[in-house]
Design a protein around this ligand. Structure first.
Ligand code: HEM
Length: 413
């Protein structure tokens, strides 16, 4: 957080640095920047475990890049070779099974951590001024990570990859005017095969590195505005804050160790818990599987896609559910950030989580019969929350009184 205490500290830091570090620092102030932006950087003293997820996401992103590069060295992006090359990585390449298991578990837990990270922002109002751009860069990351995950899921070229690609390319084809052209850009030919796989392989690889660049912007934005906190009030004095090191380095390390334990448990003991068995059958354009469903993290959007009778309408609903989040800082006009002090918003958010889960269940049950009704009601609630309930509540809601300061709320005034 940029505060009067740490602003423009680079030269002071340079004076503290000695030897080779000082020599480098006088020419390229990376050491002093690291000190002022990390070691001595001050954060609110009351951050809870939900603030661990930024560090967790960064660590998983690095793991995905490291494992992905080695997988790419052994992968063949062709209709005939893709499935076999992935099988060979699993069965013949030394340590290949571990690389693939880490990449697959990583993808699932990355999305899970991303949803928790996003929900934390919704709950504590971290999208509000002065953090709008931080929020927007986060949403850009969400869209990019989703596109990367989708492209990655195509690569093993199993039944679910093929038929998932079929559903999505046809949905894109239903966009009026430009749909056919867009579909052709995706498939590259009149069928899903070599050209499609090549394109999605390049897209997957490229997007992963673009995500790293946008994470850089995201982190710069957080260093400008500083972290929000569970109370949603800005730190008033130095007493309300702690230095990143040793306090939050230790806290992040504990979070990372717990996360690594959960990661290892899933990967070593339930490797197929989140995997779809039919994706272990090679893609077969002549045989449509009985159930085509995406990975769990896309299910709520799939539920929305299916709950609207027209293909294009479904696509608008699914894309709209993310698009609406971009307008959130301007839809919610309340001066109070944290839902702890906003009873209506808090109850509304609880309903939002239920709606999201119901939409996912709707997606899983192919939005038929009673599930169709449930998915439609949940979809209405989802949009109703952001477009009606929140804007109204932000003007009329009776909020609870805010504490005088962070330290006062902790009984240390
Ligand atoms: C590749 C994905 C992402 C990475 C690596 C990442 C990384 C980080 C890091 C390191 C922080 C600071 C530590 C923390 O507050 O947890 C942070 C904060 C934040 N991120 Fe992300 N983030 C990602 C995606 C997102 C998404 C999808 C959103 C939501 C739209 C988002 C919104 C925010 C917000 C609002 C903050 C500030 C929170 C606060 O201080 O209350 N981020 N992120």
């Amino acid at each position: 957080m940029t505060t009067p205490e740490n602003m423009g500290n680079h030269s002071a830091d340079a004076a503290e640095t000695e030897g080779l570090a000082a020599w480098i620092d006088r020419r390229l102030p990376v050491v002093s920047a690291f000190r002022s932006e990390y070691v001595d950087f001050r954060l609110p003293r009351n951050l809870n475990w939900l603030w661990n997820f930024g560090a967790i996401l960064t660590a998983v992103l690095l793991l995905m890049l490291a494992t992905g590069i080695f997988l790419a060295m052994n992968y063949t992006p062709t209709n005939a070779g893709a499935f076999l090359s992935v099988e060979a990585i699993d069965r013949q390449l030394s340590g290949g099974w571990l690389l693939r298991a880490m990449h697959m578990t990583g993808a699932n837990l990355f999305l899970a951590a991303l949803y928790i990270h996003l929900f934390r922002g919704l709950y504590y109002g971290s999208y509000k001024a002065p953090r709008e751009i931080l929020w927007l860069t986060g949403l850009l990351l969400l869209v990019m990570v989703m596109a990367t995950a989708f492209a990655g899921y195509m690569l093993p070229w199993g039944q679910m990859s093929y038929w998932g690609a079929d559903v999505i390319t046809k949905a894109v084809g239903a966009v009026p005017l430009i749909g056919t052209a867009l579909e052709h850009v995706m498939t590259g030919s009149d069928h899903l095969g070599d050209v499609f796989l090549h394109r999605f392989f390049v897209l997957h690889f490229l997007m992963a590195f673009l995500v790293v660049a946008v994470v850089g912007l995201h982190v710069v934005a957080i260093h400008v505005s500083g972290s929000n906190n569970p109370l949603g009030i800005e730190p008033k004095t130095k007493k309300d804050t702690l230095t990143f090191h040793p306090y939050y380095t230790t806290k992040d390390l504990v979070g990372l160790i717990i996360f690594a334990l959960i990661f290892s448990l899933l990967m070593f003991f339930w490797p197929n818990l989140l995997a779809e068995p039919s994706n272990y059958t090679p893609a077969d354009p002549m045989h449509t599987p009985a159930d085509i469903e995406p990975e769990w993290y896309f299910l709520p959007f799939y539920g929305l896609l299916q709950s609207v009778p027209s293909k294009f309408g479904g696509l608008v609903a699914a894309a709209g559910s993310i698009a609406v989040l971009f307008f959130l800082p301007w839809l919610d006009r309340s001066p109070i950030r944290s839902a702890r002090f906003r009873p209506v918003c808090r109850a509304g958010l609880f309903g939002l989580v239920i709606a999201f889960v119901l939409l996912a269940l709707g997606g899983k049950h192919h939005a038929e019969g009673v599930w169709m009704l449930i998915a439609r009601l949940a979809g209405l609630y989802y949009f109703g929350y952001f477009l009606v309930l929140l804007p109204l509540a932000s003007r009329r809601e009776k909020t609870r009184p805010l504490p005088a300061s962070i330290s006062a709320a902790q009984g240390d005034a």
